[in-house]
Ligand binder design. Structure first.
Ligand code: TXD
Length: 309
């Protein structure tokens, strides 16, 4: 079988970290693209020089040319500006839409059969921009955020309980913004309800820290946003897609009737396969969680409408 071709657009912190992790998982040949001359070539060469140490099977190439990405199986868009301290993700809307829209349009031209994973913020609105501009079917456009937000929640909950984060099962849905919805009613610790293990007040602290998880790191770094956990989260989704694992992961997907929402990209549990979004799964939420989910939907719809105007 021919090896997968994976293009990562944007060779910045997130793109480079994702490429390294994808190489470690031996998911295929990687093409790293950026508009800055020398940057993707330098990052690709640096990562390639791990090969003797890490046993990478695929190649890693850096480029400033779209032609080198032609025929990709998976394209990951990380191109765009990250937040600075004090900024919301939504403040990146105009500048990043101006990058993601045209990039996505070109993806449909050079890689018409690709699955397109969007990472740039504000995430859910950028998925919408990529979907409309690329014209790709909705099953093949999805966004990475929920895997990261869920991983953050699992870490904080695990630390609070003194158990390994892998033992915490949870889903963070809704938007990749302040309105994200950790579905506490469905969260478990080794199969037992989280609500039986921690008092409500403590859980609220974990929820707030998760919602603020990105900003906490931006505040510490001061020059940009998180990239190690985002890079791993991208690779987790790439693995599910390229290896046709049919894993259930929280991803930003276009809703058309699911969860009572229409024409909005938001975080929902999705089965990922070689076809992209194989299926959106509708899970039970408490009334309060569903109300928070609907608030997130309205906020994203307003951003999407801002894109069109
Ligand atoms: O959970 C999530 N979805 C996220 C999203 C988690 C972390 C970061 N998230 C967002 O990813 C963040 O808010 C940004 O919007 C993107 C990329 O973050 P990163 O930290 O990687 O930013 P960098 O280091 O500034 O890298 C961006 C690169 C940089 O090399 C630019 O030259 C390049 O994008 N860039 C482009 N590449 C290709 N094509 C175009 N047009 C282009 N414009 C800029």
């Amino acid at each position: 079988m021919p090896r997968n071709k994976i293009s990562v657009i944007g060779a910045g912190n997130v793109g480079a970290t994702a490429a390294l992790r994808i190489a470690e998982l031996n998911l295929g040949d990687i093409v790293l693209f950026d508009v800055v001359e020398g940057k993707p070539q330098g990052v690709a060469l640096d990562i390639s020089q791990c090969t003797a140490l890490a046993g990478f099977q695929g190649t890693i190439t850096g480029t400033n040319s779209d032609a080198d990405m032609a025929g990709s199986d998976l394209v990951i868009i990380t191109a765009g500006l990250p937040r600075k301290p004090g900024m919301t993700r939504e403040q990146l809307l105009d500048v990043n839409a101006g990058i993601v829209g045209p990039v996505a349009k070109r993806v449909a031209e050079h890689s018409p059969d690709a699955i397109l994973m969007v990472v740039t913020n504000p995430l859910d609105a950028m998925c919408y921009a990529a979907w409309t501009q690329s014209g790709l079917p909705k099953e093949r456009v999805l966004g990475m955020a929920g895997v990261l937000d869920t991983s953050r929640f699992r870490l904080f909950a695990g630390r609070e309980l003194g158990v390994a984060p892998e033992k915490i099962q949870a889903l963070v849905l809704g938007s990749h913004g302040d309105e994200m919805v950790p579905v506490i009613s469905a969260a478990t610790v080794d199969g037992k309800p989280l609500t039986d293990m921690l008092e409500a007040e403590k859980i609220q602290t974990l929820v707030a820290r998760t919602q603020n998880g990105g900003a906490e790191i931006v505040g510490l770094l001061k020059t940009g946003s998180a990239y190690y956990a985002p890079g791993f989260s991208i690779a987790e989704m790439a693995d599910a897609i390229l290896n046709d694992r049919k894993t259930l992961l929280p991803c930003s997907c276009l809703l058309q009737g699911e969860y009572g929402q229409n024409d909005v990209f938001m975080g929902v549990p999705a089965v990922l396969s070689r076809h992209g979004v194989e299926k959106i799964v509708e899970i039970m939420m408490s009334d309060e969680e569903k109300a928070a989910f609907d608030v997130a939907a309205e906020k994203i719809k307003a951003l999407q409408a801002g894109l069109a105007s």
